[in-house]
Design a protein around this ligand. Structure first.
Ligand SMILES: NC(=O)c1ccc[n+]([C@@H]2O[C@H](COP(=O)([O-])OP(=O)(O)OC[C@H]3O[C@@H](n4cnc5c(N)ncnc54)[C@H](OP(=O)(O)O)[C@@H]3O)[C@@H](O)[C@H]2O)c1
Length: 252
């Protein structure tokens, strides 16, 4: 006998091979209310469908075939340094592909701060990359201690996205721009010290850098107002000092 759950909705997740997309796909797949299809490009594996999102026809084809109720667009070029060096290539994936998807569906935007979570390598996140400097106790490192950041776990973002998607299916008036972020403030130097303390590593080789000399311009404080999502009764914030231990353990 076959049981069909009439309340199941379909979600299409782009960028499902990426840092955030992997967590989003996992969150939806863990819920029996959703049937999820993940898209990827260069890292497409057996369970991810390869689609070049800069190809309008390919985007239309996958949307017409899968017929998603919700599309979560998590594919992008996110490195501001790459964006400044390659504006044309960035336009294709960050603007054109986004336009193709918006033509196929209505849209809302979730803005997020610097993210960390389960990684494929330390350099995959601007947070976890700091651990290379923390572990290298024989090399002195200066680490930014000026720019205030709100490092947020990708699992929390994925949870918020699924909850928001479910609320939006009940109320189409839920649209526009939303923000989600952890509310603990850390500079990169604070993050590095937290990592070192968690693993009993000395901090004598790292020192705070107050000059903020990064390649691209970045704001000193990137705090986001999350009240729209909080007012919908959605809230998940995992403590940085706890989550970072699980994320970094395999790289000790
Ligand atoms: N990571 C952060 O700290 C952070 C902070 C703020 C905002 N965000 C935003 O969050 C979103 C997700 O970021 P992320 O960190 O998960 O990025 P990521 O790890 O760099 O992943 C990017 C994803 O985009 C896919 N992609 C790139 N070009 C593509 C193409 N032509 N066709 C189809 N897919 C393509 C990649 O697929 P393949 O790898 O398979 O090619 C990958 O799955 C982005 O909008 C980013 O700006 C991220």
């Amino acid at each position: 006998m076959q049981f069909i759950n009439m309340t199941t909705h379909r979600v299409l997740v782009t960028g499902a091979s990426g840092l955030l997309g992997r967590a989003i796909l996992k969150e939806f797949k863990a819920s029996s209310s959703w049937e999820a299809l993940g898209l990827a490009f260069s890292r497409a594996r057996a369970d991810l469908k390869k689609v070049d999102l800069t190809d309008r026809k390919a985007v239309n084809d996958v949307v017409n075939e899968f017929k998603p109720d919700v599309i979560i667009h998590s594919a992008a070029e996110r490195s501001v340094d790459v964006i400044e060096k390659d504006p044309e290539g960035t336009k294709r994936i960050n603007l054109d592909a986004t336009q193709f998807l918006c033509e196929a569906a209505g849209y809302g935007v979730l803005r997020v701060p610097v993210l960390y979570g389960e990684i494929e390598k330390l350099s995959e996140s601007a947070v976890t990359v700091l651990f290379s400097k923390v572990k290298d106790t024989s090399t002195k490192s200066l680490i930014d201690a000026k720019q205030q950041r709100f490092p947020t776990l990708v699992d929390d973002i994925a949870y918020v996205i699924r909850e928001l998607s479910e609320k939006k299916l009940q109320d189409p008036e839920i649209k526009g721009i939303f923000h989600w972020s952890n509310n603990e403030v850390y500079t990169k130097y604070d993050m590095a010290v937290t990592m070192a303390k968690a693993f009993g590593i000395s901090t004598e080789h790292i020192a705070p850098d107050m000059s903020s000399s990064s390649t691209a311009n970045r704001p000193d404080n990137s705090q986001l107002d999350c009240s729209r999502i909080e007012n919908l009764g959605i809230n998940k914030r995992t403590k940085f000092s706890e989550a970072i231990v699980d994320v970094l353990k395999p790289y000790l």
